[in-house]
Ligand binder design. Sequence first.
Ligand SMILES: Cc1cc2nc3c(=O)[nH]c(=O)nc-3n(C[C@H](O)[C@H](O)[C@H](O)COP(=O)(O)OP(=O)(O)OC[C@H]3O[C@@H](n4cnc5c(N)ncnc54)[C@H](O)[C@@H]3O)c2cc1C
Length: 382
Amino acid sequence: MTTPLRDLTTIGVGGSPARMVDATTRGELIAALNEAWASDDDWFVLGGGSNLLVADEPFEGTVIRILTTGFSLVDGAPEGFQRVAVEAGQNWDELVAWSVDAGLAGIEAMSGIPGTAGAAPIQNVGAYGQEIVQTLVSVDLIDEATGELTTVPASELGLGPRTSVLKRHYGSAPERSAVVAGLALDLRVVGTDPRPVTDERIRGALGLDGARSAGEDGSGNASLRWIRDTVREIRASKGMVLDPADADTRSAGSFFNNPIVSEQVARTLPAECPRWPIEPEDDAAQVFDLETWDGVVAPPREPSRFVKVSAAWLIEHAGLAKGFGLPGSRATLSTKHTLAITNRGGARTEEIAALARFVRTRVAAEYGIELNPEPVFIGVDL
Ligand SMILES: Cc1cc2nc3c(=O)[nH]c(=O)nc-3n(C[C@H](O)[C@H](O)[C@H](O)COP(=O)(O)OP(=O)(O)OC[C@H]3O[C@@H](n4cnc5c(N)ncnc54)[C@H](O)[C@@H]3O)c2cc1C
C-alpha cells in the first residue's frame, strides 16, 4: 500500500497511487523516469505537493517523489552576481532563507512559497514583485523524448505568468514533457545591510511607497531580511504560508489565475476591479514575397492590448465572500483570501472541485469571464 496523496499534498486530498518511487539522487530519478516511460503507465513527479489537486480514486500509475536536496555556489556568474546550482527536491523557502543570510538578492520577495526548487520554473513562481524568470539561468532537464539529462537555458522554457512549456495546464498536456533535475540561479551580491529598494514592483507590493514608506531604518531603505520578514508577515495574514494550526493554509495556494482579457472586455468591468495592463508584444515584421508583391505596404496593425484582472475581486463581487462554502461541504474559500479554496478537515477532492465549479459558474454568469485553475489537476475535471 502506498502513501495516499492526501498525506503528501498541502490541500490534503488525493487517493493512493498504484506505485510510488522515492528518488533521492539524480541517478535514481533518471532510472525511475526511464522505467515509467518504458511502460505505458501514467506517471507524474511529486515535489512538495503544494500546487496539485489529485482525485480521490487511486492513481493507476507511478508517482515519483523528488527527494534530491542541496545547493552550492558554482562558477559562471557575471560580475556582481553569484551563481547557485540547486537540486530539484530542495525546499524552496530554505533556499530563500539562505540567500537572504548570504546577502544575495533576487528571490527574497518569494519567501514563504511552499514546495521545491525544481517545481519553481514549472509555473514560473512569483510573488510580491519577483518571479523566478528574473534570476533563472538554466535548468537541468530529463526529457521524456530522449530519456537524457541536458542543460537548457531559461529562455527556452516559455516562462510567463504562472506558466511554462513544462506545465500541465488544466485539461492539457505540457508542451514539453520533461522533469527538472536541477537549476541554476544568478543572484546579485548586495550584502545584508538596509539599502534603497529600486524595483517598483517590490516597492508597490510591500507598501514602500505607502504604509511602510519608512522602510527598515526610517529613511525608506530595507535589507533582504526585512523584505523576507515583511513578505512572510503579509503572507501569513492571508493564510499563504503553510501553518498546520491555520486551516486557511490547507490549500493549493491561489486556486484561480488572474484572467487575461482584451481591453474591450476589461472596459465592461466596474472601475474598482483591480487590473494591470500587459505590455503588448512587438508585432512581427511584415514579410513580402517579391515575386507576387503588388507594391502596396499595408499600414502597421495596432498591437492587440490585453489586461490582467483580479480573480479575487471577481469572485468576491460575484457574491462569494471569504469563508464561503456550499451547504454541508468541508471545502470553503479561505476566510482570509477569496482566491484560495481550503480543506476545513477531511474534505474529499470532489468537495473541492464542486466549490471550484460553483465559483467559476458564478463569475462567468456575473462578468462573462472564465476563470482557469492555477494548480495542476490529476484525474479531476471541473
Ligand atoms: C499556501 C500556498 C501559497 C502559495 N503561494 C504561491 C505564490 O505566492 N506564488 C506561486 O507562484 N505559487 C504559490 N503557491 C503554489 C506552489 O507553492 C508553487 O507552485 C510551488 O512551486 C509548487 O512546488 P511543489 O514542489 O509543491 O510542486 P508540486 O505541487 O509537487 O507539483 C506541481 C506540479 O509541478 C510538477 N513538478 C514538480 N516538481 C517537478 C520537477 N522537478 N520537474 C518537473 N515537474 C515537476 C508536478 O508534477 C506537478 O505537475 C502556493 C501554494 C500554497 C499551498
